[in-house]
Design a protein around this ligand. Structure first.
Ligand code: IPD
Ligand code: CA
Ligand code: CA
Length: 268
């Protein structure tokens, strides 16, 4: 059993509490698929409600911390050095379509560094988590990035821009990247949750992941989980500026550079 600090317990408990209602909401989405209006409004309400529960729980435990949340934006805390970065549902499109692949994400940022991260897949009851310097875990089991070294035998996840997300240039660039990686690898996956993509890299399921146009709440927890699992994470220029640039390349230590180089040359 992994050693757990008080703070990681607070984060796990908040995620689990929020997931109870979210699971119920997910169960109702299937019914709403057939209505003409579709489930979008309902899902927006689920997003907001989940975020509110997370905020309440985290505030109760650490009243002075600030927040950066997808729905409510930034809330400054009394303590300027500590803030929670929260995505109530990462993988909303999956949620809307009744696809059981989405996650609740919480990261703790202290003095600009991510020091703890939790990614909870509520339907499959998989809780990925890490604390700086303490390793990465799936539920109670230690996880590690894959040991695969052969690019052609490796699989990579990505996110693909869509109607309403990314410019025509971004769409073309994404196709170039995919073209390069698909010809050189054992396959590409687009599962629809950047947080779970990172968690799967940490668990050695995917050998790597890349995407652009992301927000801090999509990746903050996952960056730490991958690093604590022994993986390498950078932005698309190889720097440690993922939260500023919104671009990310994460992979096991052998495949990170080849993946980064391949994407870089496909784009340029
Ligand atoms: C999205 C997911 C998706 C990624 C998008 C994100 P959301 O987050 O992480 O995998 O490709 O760029 O916006 O909107 O479901 O919270
Ligand atoms: Ca997200
Ligand atoms: Ca979201």
């Amino acid at each position: 059993m992994a050693l757990q600090s008080a703070i990681i317990n607070v984060m796990k408990q908040a995620a689990r509490k929020a997931s109870i209602r979210l699971k119920r909401d997910y169960g109702e989405v299937d019914q709403l698929q057939v209505s003409q209006k579709g489930p979008s409004d309902f899902v927006t309400a689920a997003d907001v409600r989940t975020e509110r529960i997370l905020k309440e729980e985290l505030t109760r435990a650490r009243p002075n911390f600030g927040f950066l949340m997808e729905e409510a934006g930034e809330v400054k805390g009394v303590d300027p050095n500590c803030r929670w970065i929260v995505d109530p549902i990462d993988g909303t499109t999956n949620f809307i379509h009744g696809i059981a692949h989405f996650a609740i994400c919480i990261a703790l940022e202290e003095l600009g560094q991510i020091t703890a991260g939790v990614i909870l897949d509520p339907i499959n009851e998989q809780l990925f988590w890490a604390e700086k310097g303490q390793g990465a875990f799936l539920n109670d089991r230690r996880i590690r990035a894959s040991a695969r070294t052969n690019f052609s035998q490796s699989i990579f996840a990505t996110g693909i821009p869509f109607n309403g997300r990314g410019t025509p240039f971004d769409h073309e660039t994404s196709l170039k990247e995919i073209g390069a990686v698909m010809s050189a690898s054992a396959g590409i996956r687009r599962f629809g949750s950047a947080a779970l993509d990172l968690a799967y890299v940490a668990a050695g399921r995917f050998d790597g992941f890349w995407e652009s146009g992301l927000k801090p709440w999509d990746i903050a927890a996952g960056i730490l989980v991958v690093r604590e699992a022994g993986g390498i994470v950078s932005d698309l220029t190889g720097q440690d500026k993922m939260l500023d640039t919104g671009s990310i390349v994460a992979a096991n230590p052998v495949l990170h550079k080849p993946l980064l180089d391949m994407i870089f040359s496909a784009r340029n």
